[in-house]
Design a protein around this ligand. Structure first.
Ligand SMILES: CC(C)(COP(=O)(O)OP(=O)(O)OC[C@H]1O[C@@H](n2cnc3c(N)ncnc32)[C@H](O)[C@@H]1OP(=O)(O)O)[C@@H](O)C(=O)NCCC(=O)NCCS
Length: 161
């Protein structure tokens, strides 16, 4: 992946040295559902993974991860430091994730998001995802997971291929 610049933020592939920063963000953003440093390190090294971080002035302010298996890509993680939200960082991640998934042969991107996570649901809907299913009591707080999908058609002619 080439570095991608946005106002004040740069995306780059995640490396093992990022694990402590990722674990700290996970704990802040996902609390009881946070991945541990060990889980993050293992996943970073797993086959078929795409991990990306956003930096501002050398500080990691967000991250995203995608797993591709065959023609299905799963958005495993996406998180942005609350201090820099609503500045387009997650949108940058999503564009990069869609491109990475397409390059690896996927034709759709799936994800699970808590029905209680209204901000994230609004983000995904604004970015062209539609609900295809739900998993009751999926999270530790017993909230349901909404299963969302976005097709990965040719990268032209609009945001919802
Ligand atoms: C969801 C999340 C990744 C969005 O990150 P972000 O960098 O703020 O998103 P963007 O700035 O790219 O937002 C793009 C658009 O999505 C929508 N959106 C994003 N966050 C939203 C919110 N909290 N409420 C309503 N709409 C929202 C808006 O349409 C926004 O465009 P606008 O700012 O011009 O109105 C971020 O809130 C986050 O890290 N949440 C905690 C972790 C999490 O829940 N991850 C997803 C788990 S499945």
């Amino acid at each position: 992946m080439n570095a991608v610049s946005a106002p004040a933020s740069t995306l780059r592939p995640a490396v093992p040295a990022d694990v402590p920063a990722l674990a700290a963000l996970e704990e802040r953003l996902f609390a009881t559902d946070a991945w541990t440093a060990d889980t993050l390190a293992t996943d970073l090294a797993a086959p078929g993974r795409w991990w990306c971080v956003a930096e501002q002035d050398g500080v990691v302010v967000g991250y995203a991860a995608v797993a591709v298996a065959g023609d299905v890509a799963d958005l495993l993680r996406i998180g942005v430091d609350p201090a820099v939200r609503r500045t387009g960082v997650a949108s940058l991640f999503l564009d990069a994730a869609l491109a990475a998934a397409r390059e690896r042969g996927a034709n759709r991107l799936l994800l699970e998001v808590s029905e209680a996570n209204r901000g994230a649901v609004a983000f995904y809907v604004a970015r062209g995802f539609t609900q295809i299913d739900a998993r009751p009591a999926y999270y530790r707080d017993r909230s349901a997971a909404l299963v969302l999908r976005r097709g990965l058609g040719p990268a032209c002619g609009g945001r919802t291929p």
